[in-house]
Unconditional design. Structure first.
Length: 284
């Protein structure tokens, strides 16, 4: 068996059965039925011990999800590696490929053949620790050890990883500010700054915008920009009628990651230049 995901339970005074608590904590088995099957197959451990559906979670435990190694096929897909050490790696995800999920052609399935195996005692198959949408390009952070995956998830929870995106948006915008609009009844905040604006015959104005999400809601940037009537160019899900660009993909790019390395304490700052389709509209 190989470890594929790990979850650190926060401290709590509530006691909850594992099969209820564990729903949604793992991307591989997000549903209650999927988790129950994994437990019955002996693929879930709590604090290093085989778990059962009757187990109560009390807080501060480490829940680990394993899979049978022979069931995992590698997806042979070359990835650009921008940073790598014994604990973690940062790779470039092209637009038009899934990070993970039920599909075989995912970044998750391509990581092992692109990254060096960690020499640490708790080395695991490399795993993404956050997501980028299918049409979004940019930097993706991955963990290579059990401790690293837990530590990086904690950095995200504590908002200690600064992510910067760039997008091309439609319509006239003010030069900068914050978008403070709830998403799915949860607080969501995005800071934005317009770097350049050009006139467009079809869209009137196009803007190169720097975006800094302060929360991590699903599709946050895309939803927030549509909410202020400046949708992202090429977005076919969050758009204004008659302002859809076909055939060019989504103009959203995860351009930089900044954080303190949880083990070496090195200040990590990695950037990736805008793709050619951005550069055809804006010279940067």
């Amino acid at each position: 068996m190989i470890l594929i995901e790990s979850h650190k339970v926060p401290k709590s005074e509530d006691h909850t059965r594992l099969q209820e608590y564990g729903v949604g904590i793992f991307s591989k088995n997000p549903t209650k039925s999927g988790l129950k099957k994994a437990i019955k197959k002996g693929l879930v451990f709590v604090d290093g011990k085989l778990a059962s559906t009757a187990l109560f979670i009390k807080g501060d435990e480490t829940i680990e999800l394993f899979e049978i190694e022979n069931n995992k096929r590698e997806f042979h897909f070359p990835l650009e590696v921008l940073f790598e050490d014994d604990y973690l790696a940062i790779i470039y995800k092209p637009a038009g490929i899934l990070v993970n999920g039920n599909s075989f052609a995912t970044i998750d399935n391509a990581l092992s053949q692109n990254l060096q195996k960690s020499s640490q005692s708790d080395a695991v198959r490399p795993r993404p620790v956050h997501r980028l949408d299918y049409p979004t390009s940019g930097l993706l952070l991955t963990g290579k050890t059990n401790a690293s995956i837990i530590a990086l998830n904690k950095l995200f929870e504590n908002k200690e990883i600064q992510k910067t995106y760039h997008a091309i948006t439609i319509g006239r915008m003010k030069q900068g500010g914050g978008i403070d609009i709830n998403i799915d009844s949860k607080k969501a905040l995005t800071q934005f700054k317009v770097l350049q604006t050009v006139k467009s015959e079809r869209f009137k104005f196009l803007n190169l915008v720097e975006l800094k999400p302060k929360t991590g809601r699903k599709h946050q940037l895309r939803k927030h920009l549509l909410a202020i009537n400046n949708p992202i160019l090429g977005d076919k899900e969050y758009y204004i009628k008659d302002l859809i660009l076909n055939g060019k993909g989504l103009y959203l790019h995860a351009s930089s990651l900044e954080f303190t390395h949880p083990f070496t304490k090195e200040e990590i700052s990695i950037s990736k230049e805008l793709t050619k389709k951005f550069q055809k509209i804006f010279s940067t």
